[in-house]
Design a protein around this ligand. Structure first.
Ligand SMILES: *[C@@H]1O[C@H](CO)[C@@H](O)[C@H](O)[C@H]1NC(C)=O
Ligand SMILES: *[C@@H]1O[C@H](CO)[C@@H](O)[C@H](O)[C@H]1NC(C)=O
Ligand SMILES: *[C@@H]1O[C@H](CO)[C@@H](O)[C@H](O)[C@H]1NC(C)=O
Ligand SMILES: *[C@@H]1O[C@H](CO)[C@@H](O)[C@H](O)[C@H]1NC(C)=O
Length: 182
């Protein structure tokens, strides 16, 4: 009796996890490139991915902003892979200082929502000193928008005083296993 009950419980847990949405989705980083074009303004101390399991890749970044910044613009664009990365749907240029004072862009809000709890960059201008992202990984339940299966590149170019100072380009895979969801 005991063992039968145990079997049913284990079977239930197995099934529940099989049909969990997150289990049917792969959403993970595949590459992360950080490049400063002005070492007297911004230095990347490290910028690295680490696979902690098959479907979980964490990102750690440590940068130093050497001068206080009050005028920061971001140019961001999404590319989807199909014979190389092609521009895909979204491109946005926005004033980052203004955004953090009054969030008003739904697309930016999605990206920001994915990483705000892993960083100290979650405040308004001015920025200065250590800029840290710690143990950041992609969680499909925070995505909130449908995304076709594919390989993507999210380009984020950072402009200070209207000049390009550094890039953070990230590639990721999003894969939905429809068989598992049914
Ligand atoms: C980031 O991606 C854009 C678009 O593909 C590219 O033009 C730029 O050179 C990339 N930056 C780095 C540092 O790879
Ligand atoms: C690099 O950053 C320094 C310090 O903010 C600034 O004075 C200089 O104009 C920047 N150089 C370029 C090429 O943007
Ligand atoms: C970031 O890097 C700087 C310079 O190497 C170091 O002093 C600092 O402790 C690092 N911070 C974190 C949170 O790793
Ligand atoms: C920024 O992140 C820190 C640490 O996670 C948190 O304590 C703080 O409330 C956050 N600030 C905002 C404006 O979200």
């Amino acid at each position: 009796m005991q063992s039968r009950l145990m079997f049913i419980v284990l079977y239930g847990i197995f099934f529940a996890s099989t049909f969990d949405y997150n289990d049917a989705v792969v959403f993970k980083f595949t590459n992360f490139v950080c490049e400063s074009y002005n070492q007297s303004l911004f230095v990347f101390n490290y910028c690295r991915l680490k696979a902690v399991s098959r479907n979980k890749v964490i990102f750690n970044m440590n940068g130093t902003l050497l001068h206080s910044a009050n005028n920061v613009w971001i140019h961001s664009q999404i590319f989807k892979r199909a014979n190389g990365y092609r521009p895909w749907l979204y491109e946005v240029k926005f004033d980052a200082c203004q955004y953090f004072r009054r969030p008003n862009n739904p697309l930016v809000a999605i990206v920001y929502g994915l990483f705000k709890e892993y960083t100290n960059i979650n405040h308004t201008c001015p920025y200065v000193g250590p800029q840290i992202i710690k143990d950041f990984y992609l969680r499909p339940e925070l995505l909130r928008v449908p995304l076709p299966t594919g390989d993507y590149l999210l380009m984020i170019r950072w402009y200070f005083e209207k000049r390009l100072q550094f890039d953070t380009n990230v590639t990721f895979v999003f894969e939905e296993d429809l068989m598992k969801r049914n």
